[in-house]
Design a protein around this ligand. Sequence first.
Ligand code: GAR
Length: 215
Amino acid sequence: MLRIVVCVSGGGTNLQAILDGIDAGKVTNTEVIAVISNNAGAKALQRAEEKGIPGICISPKNYENREAFNRGFTDELCRRKPDLVVLAGFLVKIPDQAVAAFANRIVNIHPSLIPSFCGVGYYGLKVHEKVLERGVKVTGATVHFVNEGMDEGPIIAQKAVAVEDGDTPEILQKRVMEQAEWILLPRAIDDIANGRIGLVEGKVRRLQGNVTGLI
Ligand code: GAR
């Protein structure tokens, strides 16, 4: 059983997609053991509570400085001993010590086709604003492993979504969620939980035969 901790900052619709996937039997061999948020008011924490999943708030605001927050966040993760950490709309930079402690065991969902519209300053609705400003015709979402860089780790899955005339950032965000994010993230977790993907020379590959999975 893959024990996962999901980190969220806001609405938690991606968390909900994971929970629904587990309930529907589309995500197998997986248990959400805790939800961590940097925002005490996050709807995602309510979603966790409704499911009887422990919800924890760890906010940089409650620590003396960033260093102390980084330690607190990493310690909390280590205490929970997850097999996988899932960043499902977690808008805080993951401390390097957490990345080191969970090497190739943290995945993130990003609402664009990486390497476009990603990196510092590209998160949430801002990504879709920049997509519309640039006038690209195709956008999408990416699930990737997290390394020390910002949105730079090995890519697990991507799905393209059309940008349409008249889109607002909100309309586009919803389409990207519905057509890409809520499908890709649960599926990537299911693939990891069932040993279907692995890292070969820094790239994610579908495993065939008796190659060992990541977890
Ligand atoms: C999602 O669109 C997710 O891809 C994005 O935040 C949103 C959270 O929505 N994440 C990033 O921008 C990370 N760089 P949700 O709380 O409803 O799942």
